[in-house]
Design a protein around this ligand. Sequence first.
Ligand code: C2E
Ligand code: CA
Ligand code: CA
Length: 730
Amino acid sequence: MKKKLVLGYSCLFAVFVVLVGCTFSAASLEGSPDDLSKQVIFSGSVNSPPLQWLDEQGSARGFFIDLQDNLGRNGEREVINSLMEWQDAMRAVETGEADAIALFASAQRSARYDFSLPFFHLAHAIFSHTNGEQFRNLADLEGYRVALVEDAFAATRLEQENLSILPVIVATELECLIAVDQGRADACIETTLVSKRNAFKLDVQQTSSPFWHQSYVFAVAKGNTEMLRWLNRQLTSLQADGTFFSIYKKWEPELEWSPPKFSDHLSLVAWIILPLLVVVAIGVAMNRYLKNELEKRTQELRYAAEHDLMTGLHNYQYFIDKLEKTLSSQPNWTPVVAFLRLNNLKTVASVFGRTGHEKLIKDFARRLNKLKFIETAHLGVGFYALVAEPGTKPKEIFKQLSFSCKIDEVKVDPHVVMGISSKKLENTMTQSLSDECVRRAIIAYAVAQRDNRSWATYTEQLEPDSKNLILLHDAQHQGTRDMFLVFQPKLDLVSGRITEAEALIRWNHPTLGIVSPAVFVPLLESTGLIRNVTRWVIKESIKVLNQLSSIDENFIISVNISSRDLMDAEFVTFITKNVDPAIRSRLCLEITETGIIDDVDHAQEVIKKLSDAGIRCAIDDFGTGHASLVYLSRFDITEVKLDRSYVKDILTHKRDREIVASTINLARKLGHRLTAEGVEDKKTLRALAEMKCDTAQGYVIAKPMSVVELETMIAEPYLSTEHLGKTSLV
Ligand code: C2E
Ligand code: CA
Ligand code: CA
């Protein structure tokens, strides 16, 4: 029964998916009894049907309004639904004029509000004029006028895409569509749910598949834990007693709305055809003709509803519905579901331009479609999904996907990164089985991406760690209070002295102990908190540079910079303001190769400004991002740090040794210093010195240490001149 119900909904609107763990819910359920005398004021948008809007009589109506009224009834509080322009509605919660607002959860918004449990899900899409350019994906919008609602999720989220679009800012979602309809904007980005219906009344239509799937939550002012607890308790209670389900059922026809198909008008058509048949002799022929037309049109509509128009593969909706049907009808069938992405799309776009980028997406889809998987789909620009037979190993899937594609007769190898879900699902889950399969595959994909691996398979251990939430919360509130720096010496293989060190951050967390930067730096990067941390590391490193001047006035300290720092418009100004020109040549900023490739043009511009200001720049983890040294040499860098994965096996793997030797030679020809990272034994160190590598860093020289230890170490030569003469490092 339950499965049948689940099948009735489209997955995007799967209701009440409690993503947060039980601990969160349990914590939310504790607390003081409710204050019966209190009112709850919900703010919201005046024009977002069917979620919320003011009708002609000025009454608030919509799915959220019913939900909010029921939350009040259940929690015995009077509810006031105060609808206004969207920016005013958001501000009202911050100023205390309203207690809560239903909105998309996002990292940016988490800085302004605290969030309740998620209770609803939505996606965005691009809407274009029916007679204008049809924008299929975000990259297509480059250089065009895009209408956005001020302060809405789409406006802030789009900033992260780094597209040069011309924003047309308006107040409501309806105004966005009207701007496109009237030609004041070329396209707009909005939630599919609210806009599909409005667009249908105008000369505007949805032209992309859905993307940016987001959870709806109630947002309350930061620190308003009383209201948060109350909301979570009422949400949980409405879910448990079935009220939420009844509200959803009531609004289901609106929430699941789609443009009327020709088949919807069948009865009307029949009324027209019937008298014609009686009156006109040629009715039979006419009927046949209309039937053919109808069939053709229905097929076209079905094709458009089930396929991704860019690649011709099935779309997300079809994929998820088909998987749901099969999983519910065969409870013991445990297929392998993979979510995958082409990781080198950005590089391809920077080399072949936007058309090359699109060609790779299409050609990969064409090749994927030919393989014998049970189902394949294109979910959004460069994101694909597939279903394979139970028991298929990730390696087998990966092998099948290891083909070359063609862009303008040039062979390009797509870099596939996959997340796999292959475990049997529990039937007790609140969300549909297919949604859960895809969610798990996406979690595994994120892990593969984070760890620079080709694939990862879902296990429960991969679920977002509650520790990460604690770390994010504390980084936001305590800043760098419990952080400190250690320094790893770098050995100059010509002079035999320690002439440089890399500053590495540590976090002595009050409850979690020492936390590795490999854990917290990516977290801070994902939220933008890294910017302040980087600035702190730079200021601390400057202090250490000054402290070390009396021992070695040329000593250099390297600091790791995140790609988010490169995006920071104020970063170069911060550096020029804070780093005294006299010591600029002693500060080196390490930028990872992948960080540069993320946005090549911008990175090149920032690195040039830094270099013009006299700051050294190095490419970190070289070799992990598939860029060639010749390509990277167009950046104003002084040093290349060869990743440990290339260095560690040079004694045993001839190929690795050859790669390292040729990289050293090429770096020299291009005028860059080369540092070998992660050198763990003396024989490797000696081999590197023989290959004329400039600098080495690794545990064999020293592990990261305090400033005091560093002072002692740089005072003495690390290698004697006798050693250097024989290039014997033993
Ligand atoms: P990285 O920049 O590649 O730093 C080198 C890492 O390799 C350090 O790990 C270091 O302790 C480790 N390492 C050094 N020699 C050896 C060796 O011989 N063998 C092995 N197996 N490892 C060695 P750590 O300190 O845990 O840092 C990890 C990463 O965290 C760094 O990689 C860097 O990407 C990031 N990170 C560290 N500090 C900062 C920081 O202040 N800001 C930013 N943005 N990232 C940082
Ligand atoms: Ca580094
Ligand atoms: Ca490195």
